[in-house]
Ligand binder design. Structure first.
Ligand code: GAL
Length: 673
């Protein structure tokens, strides 16, 4: 079994990406001195260093990295060492220009940024394997080495390549997947528009076409592109495992749905030894702490509930959004500890020392341009000490109350062209249901639709357009055995090939939901629809409505106007020992809360009326105890009730019956017992 925790790291991880090659070596001494002052325990190095390590083909310079790793070791700082394969040197592209990726319209990217890689390219694969082998051979035994950091954020900025070499690789992948061309023709429905293929050699990647292309081809190409990146990760990982046994291997994910949409992290989570994640606040006017919690929960879920590590976030503003506000005082610590609450074994940043040159010089860092006499630096030092006081939580796991189903492949399928409404966005529904659960103070695990759900009293399906028969059966079994299910509209419609399930909608779910949907009736932009309940309650929907025909389900809310007036809008179906709810319009936050309130009653989940909005309470538990995290995102001091006594780890104070959490602060109580 490969190691899953960074070797030799006895505390939580605290530190960041460290790019000392941007500075004269004299600065390194100051770096490590300040790292010690801040309580840094680990740094990520060498991620973009290929051009320095191999300045010309076959000529290597490891001297500077030797000195750097020695210096880190002498100062008790662990190294997360990158394989620099996200940034091949200029000489490599001169020799192999076809390793630059090509877009769907045939444009080839140029050298001069990063991540310009065709993952099918044999020369790239050979060069990546070579530099990885050199690094592993040289540093396997280095005492500073804690973790391998392969590549950087697979899937961004380039998610797929459409070149000739990818076309050949795609054909091989399709041959392996389908075996015969007849099977492919059937799966892709090529009888439509005369798209039939007589052999695999006739197939290309879904390049630019005059109008909408074949959806099965587009979906498989996404799967292929994801699998191809994963092949390259696995190739590097296997070299590292072979040459440096005992050192865990990771690659940094970007699970936030707004930050990467091209990687199936369920599959990737099974390949890494330790799940690590990068998370940046998107300042689009929404509640950033809710998006953060969602990304952290999703990361923990792709790690199957095991501890994971936040490998990058920002101390303050980033530099790549249209507007990049600084973080408010205290926000950095709150963000960091909110990740820790949800399973991260520390908090790392991009980056240690702010660059003076290059594209990211206006991105915040732990050590800003302004030096140590700055608010950011003071907060970094304070956070280092807070993180250190939480070291006893290592290895504990976050406890979840409910599950939300999520599937990247279903998302890809749903986002293909020519759907009933371009305003229906599955990610928006996932965000909205998550936010509604967050506001009910429920901790969420995400789950794959075919996963075992028996541990959860309530399972929510925000939007799962693509659902296999196996997933449908899984949900049936879950409800039959007593679970409570909530399903949002346009779920369970197509199979894994984007072919509509046989019979009335929603094919994969109609039995468990006890209904059929005769027709979708999407609304025009800005149209609203009223929905009324038997108790006189009125909710509002937009974007979508449906002609729902109950076939065993009871109607709970009914459309009061629009084309679907008089038809059920929200239904509930007793099925086996459990119940299944269905909502056929896009409810507002208030509507979702009303629906989830009813479903939570079925699931016997008591409401938490004792916690104010935006005060987050999350528990981690394990051999070293139970730890209650209370994160106060509000501007008011608050008190969080405790049903036990304990010790608050950041202040050392005793807490009995309740813990005071000042405005904007975090408290972590280790419960007695
Ligand atoms: C990450 C990336 C880092 C840095 C950072 C800036 O996505 O891994 O190298 O660019 O963004 O926010």
């Amino acid at each position: 079994m490969p190691e899953t925790t960074p070797k030799g790291l006895t505390r939580l991880a605290f530190g960041g990406d460290y790019n000392p090659e941007q500075w004269p070596e004299t600065v390194w001494q100051e770096d490590v001195r300040l790292m010690r002052e801040a309580g840094v325990t680990m740094v990520s190095v060498g991620i973009f260093s290929w051009a320095l390590l191999e300045p010309s083909p076959g000529a290597y310079d490891f001297g500077w990295l030797d000195r750097l790793l020695d210096l880190l070791h002498e100062n008790g700082i662990r190294a997360d060492l990158g394989t620099p394969t996200v940034a091949p040197p200029a000489w490599f592209y001169r020799a192999h220009p076809e390793a630059l990726p090509v877009t769907a319209d045939g444009t080839r990217y140029e050298f001069g940024s990063r991540g310009a890689i065709c993952h099918s390219n044999a020369d790239y694969r050979a060069a990546a394997a070579n530099i990885t082998t050199r690094l592993a051979t040289r540093y396997a035994e280095h005492p500073a080495l804690a973790l391998w950091h392969v590549h950087n954020e697979y899937g961004v900025p380039v998610s797929a390549c459409y070149c000739e070499s990818c076309a050949a690789h795609f054909r091989r992948w399709l041959t392996d997947t389908y075996g015969t061309i007849d099977a492919l023709n059937e799966a892709w429905g090529t009888a439509f528009w005369g798209q039939r293929y007589a052999g695999f050699d006739q197939i290309n990647p879904p390049r630019l076409t005059p109008t909408v292309g074949n959806p099965g081809q587009a979906l498989d190409h996404k799967r292929f592109a994801d699998a191809t990146m994963r092949e390259n990760f696995v190739a590097e990982r296997d070299i590292l495992h072979r040459l440096a046994p005992g050192i865990p291997v990771t690659t940094n994910f970007m699970t936030a749905l707004s930050q990467c949409d091209s990687v199936d992290y369920w599959a990737w989570g099974r390949e890494v030894d330790l799940v690590t994640n990068d998370h940046y606040l998107i300042t689009d006017g929404r509640r950033t702490h809710v998006n953060l919690a969602m990304a952290a929960d999703l990361t923990r879920s792709v790690a199957s509930g095991a501890p994971w590590l936040l490998l990058e976030h920002s101390t303050s503003g980033v530099n790549w959004q249209p507007h990049n506000p600084a973080k408010a005082p205290g926000q950095m610590a709150r963000n960091s500890l909110a990740h820790v609450a949800r399973g991260s074994e520390g908090a790392m940043f991009f980056q240690w020392r702010q660059s003076r040159r290059g594209a990211e010089k206006f991105h915040s860092s732990m050590l800003p341009h302004g030096g140590t006499d700055t608010r950011v630096w003071r907060e970094v030092v304070e956070l280092g000490s807070s993180v250190d006081s939480l070291r006893s939580i290592r290895g504990t796991r976050t406890r979840a109350d409910v599950a939300v189903l999520w599937d990247w492949q279903s998302w890809w399928a749903q986002n293909l062209q020519w759907r009933p409404s371009e305003d229906h966005d599955p990610r928006e529904r996932a965000d909205a249901f998550y936010e509604a659960l967050y506001d009910r103070h429920l901790t969420v695990d995400f789950a794959h639709p075919e996963a075992d759900l028996s541990a959860y009293p309530l399972v929510v399906v925000p939007a799962l357009y693509l659902m296999t028969e196996a997933a449908g059966n899984n949900l049936e079994e879950y409800v039959e055995n007593g679970g409570t299910l909530v399903v949002s509209y346009f779920s369970g419609i197509v199979d894994e090939h984007d072919a509509v399930h046989d019979g009335p909608y929603p094919g994969a779910l109609r039995d468990v939901l006890g209904l059929t949907v005769e027709e979708f009736s999407p609304l025009l932009k800005d149209d609203r629809i009223r929905v009324t309940g038997p108790d006189g309650s009125e909710l509002t929907g937009d974007v979508w409505s449906e002609f729902v025909v109950p076939r065993g389900a009871e109607t709970v809310w009914t459309y009061a106007d629009g084309l679907t007036a008089g038809h059920p809008a929200v239904t509930r179906h007793r099925f086996g020992e459990g119940s299944a709810w269905y909502v056929s319009t896009r409810l507002t936050a208030q509507g979702l809360d009303a629906l989830l309130g009813r479903a939570a009653d079925d699931a016997r989940i008591a409401p938490r009326a004792d916690l104010p909005r935006d005060v987050e309470v999350v528990c981690r538990t394990g051999e070293s105890g139970t730890f209650l995290f209370a994160v106060n995102h509000t501007a008011l001091d608050t008190k969080v009730p405790l049903d036990a006594h304990g010790t608050e780890l950041l202040t050392g104070e005793r807490a009995a019956g309740q813990v005071s959490v000042p405005a904007g602060a975090v408290r972590v109580v280790r419960l007695d017992g």
